[in-house]
Design a protein around this ligand. Structure first.
Ligand SMILES: Nc1ncnc2c1ncn2[C@@H]1O[C@H](COP(=O)(O)OP(=O)(O)OP(=O)(O)O)[C@@H](O)[C@H]1O
Ligand SMILES: [Mg+2]
Length: 302
């Protein structure tokens, strides 16, 4: 049975339709990533799953049961804006949220100790949450989301605004949780995060899932064997030339991305373009970023 099942979800804010018949199924032990432009409805979806927002129509089931107070206790949320109490110590934050979920004192103490150890928060036990670095705040956020022993973990941009080292550490922790059998739904704007962590990715646009699959499945939907990144002094001329060769051309950040229908060597690509206006060419494998651009019809932000 799916841990999370969403069917035909609709949500409006005033006259704005934010979710428009969104479907999503998440099986036990999966990490599913929601990717899509700002405002496409990722956080709204997660907030409905956690019972923080009510949908206008559609079904959301957690472990087969419609969302309710009871299912909320089975979900752990790491919100996009931190819910930590800045003036409380890490263990005090954990204890506070454990109380909210109604854990008894003995259970609470055990759980707080366990999470302090497991997330290595003991090293910062004397630092108030507001004074922790971004990476350590996110670690504490993750620990808080787990305090009541949820079956489904919901992470809204878990590594936004943390440095590379902290991001790698958080990815490691998320992978450990997955290896321990946790089911996870996360949102991200980072392609590498989705490629590394997600068993399946949902590409969202305008409040619905436009494409869904494992990373290799999404890559297979890009009509290219490789991508040539071309810098040129004359975009129009190079575009004409590439199109005449049967290549699809996508302008992207002062460059042209040429989707090559056949595997080609760099030399073959340079020779085929054959224009004095081309100043550099590099070859890339097809990545999730290209799939995002092709399937959502717009470049990745950030
Ligand atoms: N409480 C609210 N009241 C009115 N409009 C809202 C509310 N919450 C979200 N919205 C609007 O709904 C749309 C979807 O917002 P949502 O936060 O779900 O997007 P998102 O995909 O998470 O974006 P981001 O990548 O920026 O986090 C946006 O246009 C947003 O302004
Ligand atoms: Mg969001």
């Amino acid at each position: 049975m799916n841990v999370l099942s969403i069917e035909g979800l609709h949500k409006r804010f005033g006259s704005q339709t934010v979710l428009d018949s969104l479907d999503l199924q998440v099986a036990r032990g999966e990490i599913v990533g929601l990717l899509g432009p700002n405002g496409c409805g990722k956080s709204t979806t997660l907030n409905i799953v956690c019972g923080l927002l009510e949908a206008d129509a559609g079904q959301v089931r957690i472990g087969g049961e419609p969302v309710s107070l009871r299912t909320a206790a089975r979900v752990g949320l790491c919100p996009q804006a931190s819910a930590l109490y800045r003036d409380l110590l890490p263990a005090e934050n954990l204890d506070f949220f454990a109380r909210l979920y109604g854990l008894a004192a003995i259970q609470r103490r055990r759980r707080v100790d366990e999470l302090m150890q497991r997330f290595e928060l003991t090293a910062h036990a004397g630092t108030r949450a507001g004074r922790l670095s971004g990476g350590w705040q996110q670690r504490l956020n993750l620990a808080v989301a787990l305090v009541h022993g949820p079956q489904l973990l919901v992470l809204d941009e878990p590594t936004a605004a943390v440095d590379v080292q902290a991001r790698l550490a958080l990815w490691g922790l998320i992978e450990e949780l997955r290896d321990g059998g946790m089911t996870i739904v996360l949102t991200t704007h980072q392609i590498q995060e989705a490629e590394r962590l997600c068993s399946r990715v949902a590409l969202m646009r305008s409040g619905r899932v436009a494409a869904m699959g494992s990373v290799p499945e999404l890559l297979a939907r890009v009509p290219a064997q490789a991508v040539a990144v071309v810098q040129t002094k004359d975009e129009a001329a190079t575009t004409r030339r590439a199109r005449a060769l049967g290549w699809a051309v996508r302008p992207h950040a002062n460059q042209l991305l040429c989707l090559l229908p056949q595997a080609s060597s760099l030399r073959e690509v340079v020779q085929a373009l054959d224009g004095g206006e081309v100043s550099s060419v590099s070859l890339q494998p097809v990545t999730l970023e290209h799939a995002y651009m092709e399937l959502l019809g717009q470049p990745l932000e950030g």
